[in-house]
Design a protein around this ligand. Structure first.
Ligand code: ATP
Length: 334
């Protein structure tokens, strides 16, 4: 191969980062969260103090990392990035916290996947800007309190409901990111196309936007894949006909469902008669992790009206049967 998989991945990530909006004004969509954040940041700047801790929740790819970067930029503060799974021990977190400079923004992605002891350490740090460092083991262990400079925590989670109450309560502001409307995504596609110097017609931008599952990361990714197609099979200009052929080739259907989404609906309808079926059983049937089905596929399927989460399990709606080209069974439970 010309480039290794890692190099290709790095290249993709470089492009993704080049497409990130740098200011709130540039950040399209999420009008409510944007406006609320603007106020929080404005007030903090006026008081010349670090703002309250911020929690951002929502499905992957809607802009949580981007917003954390914007928060730091708008505060002219340095940013440190880490994630829940990267923090195995409370000591890892203590080391990060004690290394922060005054006013620094700490972005903690997947905060719901932090270990319990780290979480407890975080409570104290968020509230009192202090951590207890435990020295020694067993009965002789002592806690040495360590002051840390005031900082702003920006936590991100795919679902705020996964966080324990005491942690959730320590955030002064919670922003819920929603899937983007097609018109908002269309603007994002046009903006990215301009940055990548890609020729695209307005209709083609609309087509890509409408098949992007309400998600900017997917819109940017599909734009890059359609660009590949346009360069290899045509003259590089992205027209509507070309974008349709390309998206069909990449198995992104008209509603924006990808292989995983369709796999979930397909298993639900064909193997489990439309449900109700438990999440774990469904995940095994599509050969995916529980979390992937629950946090990546389901939110969009629920929002599109194809799947319902009921106390007895996951259920396919009549729209799901129709989307798969199947007839809706008479005795199905909805
Ligand atoms: P994850 O939690 O999976 O890391 P995320 O919610 O942090 O996802 P980001 O990494 O912030 O998502 O955004 C993904 C991509 O989408 C970025 O490349 C960014 O350029 C783009 N993007 C996100 N939100 C917007 C927006 N409002 N306007 C333009 N581009 C956006």
């Amino acid at each position: 191969p010309l480039v290794s998989a890692d190099a290709a991945d790095l290249e993709e990530r470089k492009i993704e980062s080049a497409l990130r909006p740098r200011t709130l004004a540039e950040f399209g969509g999420q009008r409510r969260v944007s406006e609320q954040l603007e106020l929080v940041l404005h007030a903090a700047r006026g008081r010349n103090r670090a703002p309250d801790h911020v929690l951002l929740s929502g499905p992957p790819g809607l802009g949580k990392t981007t917003l954390a970067m914007i928060i730091a930029a708008e505060l002219s503060a340095p940013l440190r990035i880490t994630s829940g799974p990267a923090i195995q021990h409370a000591g890892d977190l203590a080391a990060i916290l004690s290394g922060l400079s005054e006013g620094e923004v700490l972005f903690l992605d997947e905060i719901h996947r932090m270990s319990r002891p780290a979480e407890e350490l975080l409570y104290m740090a968020m509230e009192d800007f202090r951590v207890d460092v435990i020295v020694g083991k067993g009965p002789g262990a002592t806690a040495i309190p360590l002051e840390i400079p005031p900082f702003t925590l920006v936590g991100a989670t795919t679902r705020a409901g996964l966080l324990p109450g005491p942690l959730r309560d320590r955030f002064g502001f919670t922003g819920h990111l929603e899937f983007y409307e097609a018109v908002e995504l269309e603007k994002i596609v046009n903006r990215s196309a301009a940055l990548l110097d890609v020729d695209i017609t307005p209709e083609a931008a609309g087509e890509i936007a409408s098949r992007s599952r309400g998600t900017p990361r997917i819109a940017n990714r599909l734009l890059r894949r359609v660009r590949d197609f346009a360069e290899v099979r045509a003259d590089g200009i992205i027209t509507i006909a070309l974008s349709r052929s390309a998206l069909d080739l990449y198995e992104v259907d008209k509603m924006g469902l990808d292989r995983l989404d369709r796999g979930v609906l397909d298993a639900l309808c064909r193997r489990f008669g439309g449900g109700p079926v438990g999440l774990s059983t469904l995940a095994v049937a599509v050969g995916e992790e529980r979390e992937t089905v629950e946090e990546v596929a389901e939110p969009f399927l629920v929002r599109s009206g194809y799947l319902a989460r009921t106390p007895r399990g996951r259920v396919a709606t009549p729209a799901a049967w129709r989307h798969l080209g199947l007839s809706v069974p008479k005795n199905a439970t909805f």
